[in-house]
Design a binder for this molecule. Sequence first.
Ligand SMILES: Cc1ncc(COP(=O)(O)O)c(C=O)c1O
Length: 356
Amino acid sequence: MTRRPETIAVHAGRPPRVPGAPLAPGIELSSTYVQDGPVAYGREDNQTWRAFEDAVGELEGGVAVAFASGMAAAAAVFESMPVGAKVAVPGGAYVGTRSFVAERGEDRFVVVDQAEAAGADLVWVESPSNPMMEVADIAAVVASASGPVAVDNTFATPLLQRPLELGADVVVHSATKLLSGHSDLLLGVAVARSDEWVDRLRLRRYKHGAIPGPFETWLALRGLRTLPVRLERASASALVLADRLAAHPAVERVRYPGWGTVMAFEVRGGAAGADAVVGALRLVVPATSLGGVESLVERRNKLVGEEHVPPGLLRFSVGLEHVEDLWDDLAAALGSAGSAASAGSAAEAGSVAARP
Ligand SMILES: Cc1ncc(COP(=O)(O)O)c(C=O)c1O
């Protein structure tokens, strides 16, 4: 029976449907297993991981491998490439991914520019990108690539974009964000179609030890059950707020593809103007990360490695609050901050270390 994503999110990863079976999967807490079975040690496999992996794999159309964080999943993809491989990572990708590749580029990879992506051994795509909200044509990238294509699908989720169906080889998520959705855990997942990639990912996880905690994985599956409704609600609010922000005199530009729960908007008055807005918000929380039930905002240019981001740009992750409460908060903050920024009262913030 074909299951639509809303149904997969609710039903995938449950124990077999037999009389007396629990409906929810258990949390398997064991470091080792009685010998001569399919699993010998807790770094190899875990039934709670499998439950989460079954659900994400079915949603993305591949086989999922869970990791301790989104960065661990991304690192496993890069580290699956042979020494000296040419990897192309866009300049607008998540700062953590760029800094990982740049560091390993000193001895492990040859990092090439996006313009040379066609000749690269691995092409990395992040769409929409964090925080500039650039949307890539994944099918076109796949068509012009000579090697495997990996897509960071964190912002879109498999409900809005399924890169494997567009020809990508691997999909990566920071499951810390929308997949789990409650800002209470860190987790990552990589999904692939070919046995070769799935084996590589499992081997990297086993060797690097970047394994997820069973409890975090269980919580993430619990959060995943409501992903479709969370996404629908937050996306509807985001669309309304993007339109209103674009029409607001204190806002210079809104970056929103017209779908999804994350946007970026540029406040007039640069860093000072944007900091004043953040300081005046009472409901939206100034915090890094995104994709949770609560709305979060962050001025990204203050982070090391985000110098290309306009100083007045605020990344805004829309949560599940009532849209009018969110707008009341934003409108009040934009109003009060407009005068503060023009009076030059908000100080330029210094840089802080790279963050999500
Ligand atoms: C697009 C994207 N990819 C990957 C990551 C890294 O994920 P994690 O923080 O779970 O390691 C993040 C974190 O913000 C992200 O935004």
